[in-house]
Structures are given as structure tokens and as C-alpha cells.
Design a protein around this ligand. Structure first.
Ligand SMILES: *Cc1c(COP(=O)(O)O)cnc(C)c1O
Length: 355
């Protein structure tokens, strides 16, 4: 399939102050789209000026929530080149998410080609300041107008991109996390491991209530026993107890994060004791009380590594790493970011220069 490119006639003004980008506020001049129908497969791939979509009010995504998405970034390297980081893994995951909600898969090579074309067309938008990047949001929605419940027969896949700054307004300062004991995010057999809209709708109220109490995010426990650590908002979660680095196993209820996978890989490479295992929150409390909880941090594309300085569970505050960024958190952050921004060689084969 050939991607038809219709460049925008009038280009937008790009943000002058890269320190004020924030996250998810700005989109570029163009977007990629392609359509799907059961009888035809994917067709009409095109890059067009960024504009609102026209969809039928009966489009099935608006009623039954067939949607999957991804989040990844393009980085401007030290050499002014444009780099992607493990981008293929995002499309592999997109397809897995799609299958879970009865949506069609995309051809990974083709989707990558389309994304690269879009990023390079809008390459002036890839910001240069430290910590900034071009966020890439692939999205797939069910567009068939139909009000009966069943998988749709037509879909739209699109990619939008926009420059972003640091994810949290606290920057790399440790965040306060609220351990959620009222709501649950995902149960075994549900949608937890798919990047699909329902998971985020399910999490909003808990996040809002936590924010009102002064927390940045909630930490989810397992839906059955409300005991085992799962993940945080849009990040996977790691704890360092003594010399063991622990993260929840991919059991079906948490998102298989690519940053999570990087941390596991690097920690093992560094010879650390890295465990993917069930971790009861009582064990975390015990470790915190006896001074053995060394660090806690979240991982995700948006924030990379987000150190946790305080965890609050049933009204008790547990301070982690004296409320500062831990040594391992900092080392992991530096390592991953240096690879993403081509500031050092990439021994893992994760980086790809596209322009
Ligand atoms: C996207 C996401 C993550 C992080 O995944 P990365 O691939 O590391 O960006 C973790 N948890 C949830 C719920 C997510 O949506």
C-alpha cells in the first residue's frame, strides 16, 4: 500500500518556549489515517493536515468502547538526529490489545513505516530541550454505525503526534502514592493487560479522589485479595527491598510495559537480583518499618522512571528513601534516557535512527 501525503497548506505556529510544553497539550500539523472494512482489510493509508474526525453518532466505539491505543516517543539526539526507542514493541502490543477487544491487527512493518513518515514530515516539531520529545499516539477505533452489541465491521486507525515536556509537574521529584483499597482497576480475565480505553475510565474516579487528598497517583492492589501490588496509574511499579528489585509478574491484570521490560533487562545486566513475583503490600510495609525498603519507583514511556517518596496505605504514611530519588532510580533513569537521546552507545539494540 502506498501512503498518500497531502501536506498542510498553512502550518501552525510551533511553541516558542519548550519549558512550557507540558504533556498532551499540543498536536502537530499532520496526522496519519487508514480505514478498515471486514471485506477489504486495511485501505486508503494517508497523511493529511491535522483536523477533527467525522464519525457517525452511532459509531460503535462511542457505545461499546472498542478502542486500543499506544504511547511512544521520538527523541532528538545529541547529533540532532531523530530516534525511536523500541517502537516495534509498541505495535506488537497494539495488536495484542486489539485481539482482546475483537479488533483487527495492523501490519506492524506498515504501521511503523507510516509512523516514521509522519514523524519525519513533522520533524521540526521534535523539541530540543532536555527531557522533551515528540509523543506519538497510535489509536484504533470502531467506526461502524450500529447500535447492537457485537464487534464492529469497520475501523479507523490513526496516529497523532505532539511535542511534550516532562510528564509530572514535579519533574523527577518523588511523588506521593495512595494505595487504593476501595476501587479496583482490573481482575483476572478482564482487560487489564490491554491498552484499551475501559481501563482508564475505570481508574479516573480513584485518581481524582487521590488527587483531592494530595496524591499524584494511586497504587492498585489485586482485585481479589486486595493484597498484592499491581501497578500505578499509567506506570508499572518497582520496589527495592534490601538488594532485591521486585516488580509484579505479567499475570493478565497489568499492562506489559516496555519501560518495565527495559528496567528488568538492565537490572539483570547490572547483576542485580531482579524478581518478577507477587509482592504483598504487607511485605512492603514490613520492609518500610524495618528500614529495608530502599526505593520505590514507577516506569512508563511518559515519565521513564518516576521515584516514589511516600506511600500511604489505610491512613498511614510510609516514607521511601527519605522522600528523595533513590540511587538505583537515578541510575536507571540516566541509563535509559542516555540511550533514548543517543548520548551513549546502545548495547541493547533498542534505538533506531530515522532521520
Ligand atoms: C502504558 C502503560 C504503562 C507503561 O507502559 P510503557 O510501555 O512502559 O509506556 C503501564 N501501565 C499502564 C496501565 C499503561 O497504560
Amino acid at each position: 500500500m502506498r501512503i498518500k501525503i497531502s501536506p498542510a497548506k498553512k502550518l501552525k505556529k510551533r511553541p516558542a518556549d519548550e519549558s512550557k510544553l507540558g504533556f498532551g497539550n499540543i498536536v502537530t500539523d499532520h496526522m496519519f489515517l487508514m480505514d478498515y472494512e471486514v471485506e477489504r482489510g486495511w485501505f486508503d493509508p494517508r497523511i493529511v493536515p491535522y483536523k477533527p474526525l467525522r464519525i457517525d453518532p452511532a459509531a460503535m466505539v462511542l457505545h461499546y468502547g472498542q478502542e486500543v491505543f499506544e504511547g511512544l516517543k521520538a527523541y532528538r539526539g545529541k547529533d540532532d538526529g531523530i530516534y525511536l526507542f523500541r517502537a516495534r514493541d509498541n505495535f506488537v502490543r497494539l495488536n495484542r490489545s486489539a485481539v482482546r477487544v475483537c479488533m483487527p491487527e495492523v501490519d506492524i512493518d506498515f504501521a511503523m513505516e507510516a509512523m516514521k513518515k509522519l514523524v519525519l514530515l513533522d520533524k521540526k516539531w521534535v523539541p530540543r530541550s532536555k527531557g522533551t520529545s515528540l509523543y506519538i499516539r497510535p489509536n484504533m477505533i470502531a467506526v461502524e454505525p450500529h447500535l447492537g452489541v457485537r464487534p464492529a465491521r469497520s475501523y479507523l486507525f490513526y496516529i497523532i503526534v505532539g511535542p511534550v515536556g516532562a510528564y509530572y509537574k514535579e519533574g523527577l521529584n518523588p511523588v506521593k502514592i495512595y494505595v487504593e483499597d476501595k476501587y479496583v482497576r482490573a481482575a483476572l480475565g478482564g482487560l487489564g493487560e490491554a491498552k484499551t480505553l475501559a481501563n482508564y475510565a475505570a481508574s479516573l474516579l480513584a485518581a481524582e479522589e487521590a488527587k483531592e487528598k494530595g496524591f499524584t497517583q494511586v497504587l492498585w492492589l489485586d482485585a481479589v485479595q486486595r493484597k498484592y501490588v499491581e501497578e500505578v496509574g499509567t506506570m508499572n511499579m518497582f520496589f527495592v527491598i534490601d538488594d532485591e528489585v521486585i516488580t509484579a509478574p505479567l499475570g493478565g491484570t497489568i499492562l506489559p510495559g516496555i519501560t518495565r521490560d527495559c528496567v528488568i533487562h538492565i537490572a539483570k545486566q547490572w547483576g542485580m537480583k531482579m524478581s518478577e513475583r507477587s509482592l504483598g503490600f504487607d511485605e512492603v510495609i514490613g520492609a518500610a518499618q524495618s528500614g529495608r525498603l530502599k526505593e520505590a519507583f514507577g516506569t512508563g514511556t511518559a515519565a521513564v522512571i518516576s521515584p516514589v517518596g511516600q506511600i500511604t496505605y489505610k491512613g498511614t504514611d510510609y516514607v521511601v528513601a527519605e522522600g528523595k530519588m533513590g540511587e538505583l532510580s537515578q541510575k536507571l533513569y540516566d541509563e535509559i534516557v542516555a540511550i533514548q537521546y543517543a548520548e551513549k552507545p546502545d548495547p541493547y539494540g533498542w534505538r533506531e535512527k530515522i532521520g
